[in-house]
Design a protein around this ligand. Structure first.
Ligand code: FAD
Length: 441
C-alpha cells in the first residue's frame, strides 16, 4: 500500500444550510462535543453517516481496547443519512435487474445491513418509528407501467415474492386514485431517518467518541493522520474515510460517483379530517417505478413526505431557486394525488446528494497505508452502506464471512468522464426522464 503523502485540503465542506424536516421535528439535541485541542486516538472515522457509524460501532465492538474518534462536520442525523426518505431496503429492484449476479449480491448486502440496523435499534431501544411495513412500487401512467414491469421481472429473477395491486387496491391504501398499478414487497423497514441516525450516534460503544460540528478542513500525514478542525485536531494512527460525496473534495476517488441531488418536503401532521383522504391504514411507503417518479410516505405521525426532482449537484449546494423549484414540484405532486390537501403546509423542503455510479460499484477497503474507505453509492445505500461499514471493520479485524466475500466481489465504482462531459450526460438523462415520464411525478 502506498503511504499517505502531502496535505489534503477540503475544497468544499458539507454545509447543509437548508433545513432537514426530519431533524427539525426532533427535540433539540444535547450540545455537541467538538474537536478541541489535540485528540489522540488509534482510529479516526471521518463522517458519521450510515457507513461511518456502522464502521465505528463494529470496530468498537471488535477492538474494545482501541480508541476510535468519529469526526462529523454537522450534527449526526442532519446529513444525507438523516435526510432521506427512510426506506431501509432489504429487497429492491428499482429499474429492474440488469444483471442477476449483481442483483443477488446487492440483496445479500441489503439484508446484512438491515439486520445490523434492526439489531442495534432493538438492543438500544432507539425510538425512530421503525416499522416493517415494506414498500409498494407504483406507476401512474403508461410510462410508469413499463418501468413497473421491469421491477416485477427483477423480483421474479431474484425469487422475491410480491403482490400486485390495482387502482382500487392502491386507493384503499393511499386514499388516492392517482396510481394505476403497484407491486408490494414485504421485508423492508420504514424509519424516521434523523431519529435513527441520532440514536445510532448516541449509543456507540464506550471506546468510540463522537465529535460533531467539527468539519475536517485539512488532512496531513503525521505518524498516521492529522485531521485539522477549526478548534483542534485529531491525531490517529489509522483513518477510515466515510465522508461519501465529499471524499472527492479532498482529492480521494475522484470521478467515480456523479453527485446527484434529490429533494424532499414534509408536511405538518394532517388533521383527522385530512387523514381520511389518505387511506385506511396507519401509514404507507411508495417507491416510484420510474426514475422521474415520487417517493411518497404517510408517516406514523400523520405527515406526508414527498420526494422527487433530480439535479446534477457538482457544487454540492442548494440555492434558494433550486429549493423553490423542488417545493413547487412537491406541492404539485401532493395536489395531483390528494386535491383536498393541495394547501397543506410543508414544514420544510430540503435537498441531499447521492453518489450515483455507472456500475452499482462501491469504494471499499484499504486504499493507502493505514487508510481505509467505505463510500456507499446508488444501490439501497442505507442498508448496503451499513453492511459495508460493518464488514470493513470485520475485514480489518481478520473476520472472514460469506458476506464479506460478497462485498469484496462488488466492483469498484467505475471511472466517469470529468466535467463538462459528466454534467452534460447527467443533465441530458435527467431531462429525458422529466419529459418522457412527466405523468409519474
Ligand atoms: C432526499 C433523499 C432521499 C433518499 N432516500 C433514501 C432511502 O429511502 N433509502 C436509502 O437507502 N437511501 C436513500 N437516499 C440516499 C442515502 O441517504 C445516502 O446514499 C446515504 O445516506 C449515504 O450514506 P453515507 O454514510 O455514505 O453518507 P452521508 O450520510 O453523507 O455521511 C457522510 C458524512 O460525512 C460528513 N463529512 C463530509 N465531509 C466531511 C468533512 N470534511 N469533515 C467532517 N465530516 C464530513 C458529512 O457531514 C456526512 O454526515 C436518499 C437520499 C436523499 C437525498
Amino acid at each position: 500500500m502506498a503511504a499517505f503523502a502531502g496535505t489534503r485540503r477540503a475544497r468544499k465542506l458539507p454545509d447543509d444550510g437548508v433545513r432537514n424536516g426530519w431533524y427539525d421535528i426532533l427535540p433539540a439535541p444535547p450540545e455537541a462535543r467538538r474537536v478541541a485541542g489535540t485528540v489522540r486516538a488509534d482510529w479516526a472515522v471521518l463522517g458519521a453517516g450510515a457507513c461511518g457509524l456502522a464502521a465505528a460501532r463494529r470496530l468498537g465492538e471488535l477492538r474494545p481496547s482501541d480508541s476510535i474518534a468519529v469526526v462529523e462536520a454537522m450534527r449526526v442525523g442532519y446529513g444525507t443519512s438523516g435526510r432521506n426518505a427512510g426506506f431501509m431496503l432489504s429487497e429492491h429492484s428499482q429499474g429492474g435487474i440488469k444483471d442477476l449476479a449483481t442483483g443477488r449480491r446487492n440483496m445479500r448486502l441489503f439484508n446484512a445491513g438491515l439486520a445490523y440496523l434492526r439489531e442495534t435499534v432493538e438492543q438500544h431501544q432507539i425510538r425512530c418509528d421503525w416499522s416493517d411495513w415494506g414498500q409498494i412500487y407504483v406507476s401512474a401512467a403508461a410510462e410508469g407501467e413499463a418501468h413497473l414491469r421491469s421491477v416485477a421481472e427483477g423480483f421474479e429473477a431474484l425469487e422475491v415474492p410480491y403482490g400486485r395491486l390495482d387502482r382500487d387496491g392502491l386507493e384503499e391504501i393511499t386514499g388516492s386514485r392517482f396510481y394505476g398499478r403497484g407491486i408490494r414487497v414485504q421485508g423492508n423497514a420504514l424509519v424516521q431517518p434523523a431519529a435513527m441516525m441520532r440514536g445510532l450516534g448516541a449509543t456507540l460503544p464506550a471506546n468510540v467518541d463522537l465529535y460533531e460540528d467539527s468539519p475536517v478542513a485539512e488532512l496531513r500525514p503525521d505518524d498516521g493522520f492529522r485531521l485539522v478542525c477549526p478548534d483542534g485536531e485529531v491525531l490517529a494512527r489509522k483513518l477510515i474515510l466515510a465522508n461519501h460525496v465529499f471524499a472527492e473534495e479532498m482529492g480521494f476517488v475522484r470521478y467515480r460517483t456523479a453527485p446527484i441531488a434529490t429533494f424532499a418536503s414534509l408536511t405538518r401532521p394532517l388533521t383527522e379530517d385530512e387523514r381520511r383522504h389518505t387511506g385506511a391504514g396507519e401509514q404507507f411507503g411508495l417507491l416510484p417505478a420510474s426514475p422521474n417518479g415520487s417517493t411518497v410516505r404517510r408517516t406514523l405521525d400523520g405527515r406526508i413526505l414527498m420526494r422527487n426532482t433530480l439535479w446534477y449537484a457538482r457544487d454540492k449546494r442548494f440555492g434558494p431557486e433550486l429549493l423553490a423549484r423542488a417545493e413547487r414540484h412537491h406541492r404539485d405532486s401532493v395536489a395531483r394525488r390528494w386535491p383536498a390537501l393541495a394547501e397543506v403546509d410543508f414544514i420544510a423542503t430540503w435537498g441531499g446528494i447521492m453518489g450515483m455510479t455507472r456500475n452499482e460499484g462501491m469504494i471499499f477497503g484499504e486504499i493507502g497505508d493505514g487508510l481505509y474507505a467505505v463510500l456507499t453509492t446508488d444501490a439501497g445505500p442505507m442498508t448496503r452502506g451499513t453492511a459495508a461499514g460493518k464488514l470493513l471493520a470485520e475485514q480489518i479485524c481478520g473476520i472472514d464471512s460469506e458476506e464479506l466475500r460478497i462485498l469484496q466481489s462488488v466492483p469498484r465504482a467505475a471511472l466517469l468522464p470529468p466535467d463538462p462531459i459528466l454534467r452534460f450526460v447527467a443533465n441530458r438523462r435527467i431531462r429525458k426522464f422529466e419529459s418522457t415520464d412527466a405523468a409519474e411525478r
